[in-house]
Ligand binder design. Structure first.
Ligand code: PLP
Length: 420
């Protein structure tokens, strides 16, 4: 793949702003580090050899290009648009997160820094960062809320086996936002030799731009693959939206194609009216604000206090949304929908049974919207669903949701074996 020169039709303008959103709201002492990062990233993306080395690493280490799969059984079931799936689940570590961490790893090597830090909620970004650090020979510290460590033991196990130092954060609610603050504190003291591997298209400029740049490999591959497979562009592209990196990545390939409708799907949780959800844009409940280093749309009350978010999919459970997506929503280029937990479990079950695919709970949100809309399109239309990751990690949650007795029995026996 050649370097995506025309990559940023919506590149940030004034100081990293996308329309009204973005920017860099950080303590004075981080200004210089962010300036250094901006310079290194600008220099790298103007160098064709850098993109080439990135594509090379992704093809020899991470499994790219990932295929696009035509789903005939699902298509026949819904009787409308032909359904295609972009297979980000086939990346090393099982999700699109590999694209971002390997890209930032190559940049860290260029900057000559020997250490990386990252924050993680559910642990997927921590595991991806730890694989990258092991591969590139970097020291690695992962900040994780004490509460999340207790809930996500399997990922903590793999991070430690991969050689990362996992630090339990005991402040506040002991979850993701406290881990982000701890990570920023570390960075403020260690920036001379340390890079902060931010996990999604949020945070201060240049992170939203840089993470989109690496994730755009999804969209550039998918555009070519859809043209090869169908001779035309898809009518709609669906992606789930947590912070927004897999969506930004796949949308980036189609942003200039105005005939392609882009649909972001947020976590509807137990329903928008229940208050237990993460629908910042689809629900119309989000408000503009500044948090964690950037201006975007957040779920907050009238006093600006951040609200608790909820989703069955841990990766979508985050208050903020990437500033580019907030802008693309405001400009009407991306439509936002939401999917509830129960719709998600149903779509997951159907996808497994019909196609033998096992999407992550996050990705299953995108399938819900595609299934809802496919019947009203014609068989002349193709739609593309981004399967951001694989579902193996969700076995505890999905087995509970489906009430699988054999699984409960297995867990009970396992627990008992430790008590003997
Ligand atoms: C982390 C994760 C997400 C959410 O992150 P985005 O930045 O919104 O892409 C979605 N799907 C999977 C499989 C994930 O692991």
């Amino acid at each position: 793949m050649t370097m995506p020169a025309e990559l940023f039709p919506w590149a940030p303008g004034r100081e990293g702003y996308y329309g009204d959103f973005g920017g860099a709201f950080v303590p004075e002492m981080l200004h210089e580090t962010l300036a250094e990062l901006r310079a290194a990233f600008d220099n790298a993306r103007r160098d064709p050899a850098f993109w080439k080395s990135y594509v090379e690493v992704m093809s020899t280490y991470a499994g790219r290009p990932t295929p696009v799969t035509y789903c005939d059984n699902l298509t026949r079931r819904f009787g409308g648009a032909r359904i295609y799936v972009k297979r980000e689940d086939l990346n090393h570590t099982g999700a699109h997160k590999a694209n971002n961490v390997m890209g930032q790893g190559l940049l860290v090597q260029r900057m000559g820094k020997p250490r990386v830090i990252a924050e993680t909620g559910a642990g997927q970004h921590g595991v991806a960062t730890a694989t990258m650090a092991a591969r590139l020979g970097l020291a690695c510290t992962i900040y994780m809320g004490e509460e999340d460590i207790a809930r996500q033991r399997p990922n903590v196990f793999w991070m430690e086996q991969l050689g990362a130092d996992v630090v339990a954060v005991t402040d506040g609610t002991r979850t993701l936002k406290d881990a982000i603050n701890a990570c920023l504190r570390d960075w403020a003291e260690s920036m001379a030799d340390t890079h902060y591997v931010l996990g999604t298209v949020c945070g201060p400029h240049p992170f939203p731009q840089m993470v989109t740049y690496f994730q755009s490999i999804i969209g550039h591959e998918a555009r070519t693959q859809m043209l090869d497979a169908t001779g035309e562009l898809p009518r709609r592209v669906y992606a789930c939206v947590g912070g927004g990196s897999n969506a930004s990545g796949v949308f980036a390939g189609f942003l200039d194609d105005l005939s392609v409708e882009l649909v972001g799907v947020e976590a509807g949780g137990k329903g928008i009216d229940s208050g237990k959800h993460t629908a910042r844009l689809a629900g119309g409940k989000g408000r503009p604000g500044v948090a964690q280093g950037y201006k975007s749309v957040f779920l907050q009350n009238e006093e600006g206090l951040m609200q608790d978010t909820y989703s069955v999919a841990a990766g979508l459970d985050y208050i903020g949304i990437g500033p580019m997506l907030a802008d693309l929503h405001q400009r009407g280029r991306v439509r936002f929908e939401s999917a509830t937990d129960s719709e998600v479990v149903e779509a997951l079950r159907l996808t497994m049974r019909s196609e033998g695919l096992i999407p992550a709970l996050e990705s299953a949100h995108a399938f819900v919207a595609a299934f809802r809309e496919a019947p009203s399109l014609s068989s002349a239309d193709a739609v593309l669903v981004n399967q951001s990751g694989r579902g193996d990690k969700d076995i505890f949650t999905v087995a509970d949701a489906l009430g699988d007795e054999g699984w409960k029995d297995f867990i009970r026996r396992k627990a008992a074996s430790y008590e003997r």
